[in-house]
Design a protein around this ligand. Structure first.
Ligand SMILES: *[C@@H]1O[C@H](CO)[C@@H](O)[C@H](O)[C@H]1NC(C)=O
Ligand SMILES: *[C@@H]1O[C@H](CO)[C@@H](O)[C@H](O)[C@H]1NC(C)=O
Ligand SMILES: *[C@@H]1O[C@H](CO)[C@@H](O)[C@H](O)[C@H]1NC(C)=O
Ligand SMILES: *[C@@H]1O[C@H](CO)[C@@H](O)[C@H](O)[C@H]1NC(C)=O
Length: 611
């Protein structure tokens, strides 16, 4: 769930319709149609639509009463993922190993109160098959909305879904419901039933019922036989984000633990996620349910919240005291939100434990960075980032993220560049492949940090402002160096993904900035082109730093230094479309930079929900 603001906008449209003011609605569509005429032709080019990033099967529907087209907004909020696989007590269907992906979807465009759970399945998290709607409003407890939720796998292997329902008109009364598969023998889990005892959690009087949603995957802790889950909320008039803990033996009767698991003065917490990670650099994931008492010392916990006010996903690493039912971040200042999964366009994410590959997988939603008129004109909006494996860095201070290995099956036509020095102010084109849909891995080698710029202390804690002030075209000492992707032949269009190294007086640890600069990404006017940036926690002790960038027509998804810092950006070139997209390595610093190895692959198109 998310975008309350957007929903309010839909509510406004709905109100107009309910009021029977059909001419007003009609005018609204006309305005949209008129605005659409001003949309640059390149924006509606189908070749800007992503190919190997998850996207829904269709994004358009006819508004039958008006015979006009209206955009379906893909409100993909924290969705749920279930994985099925053999389990000790499992029935045969679990051997088939299907990944299930549910996401929030509005199949009726302007009708705001009809958010449903769309459903797709995959064997590899890359090739997707769309199925029929899984959950839609059908009972009093969700009559006004089926919002986000999570799935939990029971010890016998069957799944249970908990989700937020709205049971009074408007958005003001959010409750939590439960749903079960109708036919557990159907590996596709097409149909879900909602028992009559819904809702199973209602907001008590001290909870703001307008801000009470997005139940997490439930977990067992200790031997008390109780499931726990979190519900995201806000207190103190919206100033404080809160994760309430509820406990149950049977998913029917839930009781709130008096004190929340955690809370902080950040504003509303949406889409909370809470899970264990192994310490000591183990990349293996942990099942939320299977953390034994003895192993607890080898485990840390991650609490992630989606911050409604900022529209970004922040997390902390800490410890979970199951007796007290409390979580404490290791860094006392952690709640001030230094750590984000992604420093770009990435929200309402959720992880799940994948028992097939014993890994934790993170999914996040990326909206468009164009305008709503553009979305209406192009007919699609909203994608998913490539699923990422996540684990705790050896330092214990942050997570590492890496695209799931399955995406590598799409690679072909590899091209390499070896031991190539990029001199100050120079660039080198990578040729021999088409780069509008590509996977690029590069390792840079720096011979010296002597001419690194000094860091302006005023910007030392604000990567985004630093990147805004020292963009890709501002010459530096060590860097900016990196990639120009989705570049036109003459490079008047290009999106820069780069590093810039600073030195800090009195410290031998450099400050490394990673940045995506889309300010030149399109010749189209009026594009929203925010620079996105994060710091990379590295000493650069071997003089090397790596970058991986997944390019998919209008998305540039980058992983710095082995996944320490990630940035997803949406860009909409007007020239660098399809075969006209070029790829370069550039260096705008004084110090030469060596590309010790660059490998670039073209990417094949997977099955994508029939699109
Ligand atoms: C949508 O409208 C178009 C053009 O008016 C029409 O050809 C098409 O059949 C309609 N589709 C549906 C699903 O109503
Ligand atoms: C349940 O699903 C299985 C497998 O798809 C199917 O063979 C069976 O007929 C289904 N049962 C019912 C009652 O629909
Ligand atoms: C409850 O949340 C809504 C939405 O954020 C807010 O407008 C309202 O003031 C809150 N109510 C209280 C009593 O804090
Ligand atoms: C979506 O895009 C707009 C810019 O078009 C941005 O302001 C907004 O914060 C974005 N993110 C989310 C999660 O809504």
């Amino acid at each position: 769930m998310g975008a309350l603001v957007v929903r309010v906008a839909w509510a406004w449209l709905l109100l107009l319709q309910l009021a029977g003011a059909s001419h007003v609605v009609y005018r609204d569509f006309e305005t949209k149609a008129a605005a659409t005429e001003k949309v640059p032709p390149s924006i509606v080019d189908p070749l800007l639509r992503t190919g190997y990033h998850f996207q829904p099967p269709k994004n358009w529907i006819n508004v039958s009463s008006k015979k006009r087209i209206s955009c379906i907004y893909n409100y993909i909020w924290c969705f749920v993922l279930i994985y099925f696989l053999s389990d000790e007590t499992a029935a045969p269907m679990y051997y088939e190993g299907w990944y299930h992906f549910f996401y929030q979807y509005n199949p009726k465009g302007a009708v705001w109160d009809n958010i449903v759970w769309a459903h797709s399945v995959s064997r590899d998290l890359i090739n997707w098959h769309a199925l029929e709607t899984a959950i839609e409003p059908s009972i009093p407890a969700d009559k006004y909305g089926c919002w986000s939720g999570s799935a939990t796998t029971m010890p016998d292997g069957t799944p249970v879904i908990m989700y937020t329902g709205v049971n009074r008109p408007g958005v003001k009364h959010q409750v939590q419901n439960v749903a079960y598969p109708k036919n557990a023998s159907d590996p596709m889990l097409r149909e879900w039933v909602k028992p009559d005892h819904n809702p199973v959690i209602v907001p008590e009087r001290d909870i703001n019922a307008t801000e009470f949603r997005d139940p997490t995957t439930a977990w067992l802790a200790g031997d008390d036989g109780h499931w726990r889950l979190l519900v995201g909320s806000a207190a103190e008039g919206g100033a404080r984000g809160v994760a309430y803990v509820y406990r149950s033996r049977d998913f029917k009767e839930w009781r709130r633990v008096k004190r929340p698991l955690h809370s902080a003065a950040t504003g509303m917490w949406e889409c909370p996620d809470f899970y264990p990670v192994s310490r000591d650099g183990h990349t293996m994931g942990l099942d939320t349910n299977r953390v034994c008492g003895k192993c607890r010392t080898k485990v840390k916990y991650v609490l992630k919240n989606s911050l409604d006010v900022r529209r970004y996903d922040y997390y902390t690493v800490g410890t979970y005291d199951q007796k007290d039912e409390r979580y404490v971040p290791d860094d006392p200042a952690g709640d001030e939100h230094h750590l984000r999964y992604d420093y770009g366009n990435f929200y309402a994410s959720k992880t799940f434990y994948d028992p097939a590959k014993q890994r934790r997988v993170l999914w996040g939603w990326a909206n468009e960075s164009d305008t709503r008129d553009h979305d209406v004109a192009k007919g699609w909006a909203g994608i998913q980032a490539i699923p990422r494996k996540v684990w705790l860095d050896f330092s214990g201070k942050q997570l590492l993220q890496w695209p799931i290995e399955e995406v590598e099956a799409l690679r072909h036509q590899p091209v390499t560049l070896k031991d190539t020095v990029i001199k100050a102010g120079e660039h080198v084109e990578v040729t021999g492949l088409e780069t509008e849909q590509a996977d690029v891995e590069v390792t840079f080698e720096l011979s010296s940090l002597d001419c690194a710029e000094s860091l302006d202390p005023a910007l030392a804690h604000d990567a985004e402002r630093l990147c805004g002030a020292r963009g890709a075209d501002v010459e530096g000492g060590v860097g900016p160096f990196g990639l120009w992707v989705l570049a036109s032949a003459n490079r008047e269009e290009r999106t820069a993904v780069f590093f810039r190294v600073f030195k800090v007086a009195g410290s031998d640890k450099p400050v490394v900035l990673m940045c995506t600069d889309p300010t030149k990404s399109s010749l189209n006017p009026d594009m929203y082109r925010p620079t996105f940036a994060g710091f990379v926690d590295t000493h650069l002790s071997d003089g090397k730093i790596s970058l991986r960038t997944l390019i998919d027509r209008s998305v540039v998804e980058s992983f710095g230094d082995g996944g320490k810092t990630c940035i997803l950006s949406r860009v909409y070139p007007s020239l660098a479309i399809d075969k006209n997209a070029h790829l370069y390595v550039f260096n705008n610093g004084e110090e030469d930079v060596k590309v010790s190895l660059l490998t670039a692959w073209q990417m094949k198109k997977p099955l994508m929900n029939g699109a």
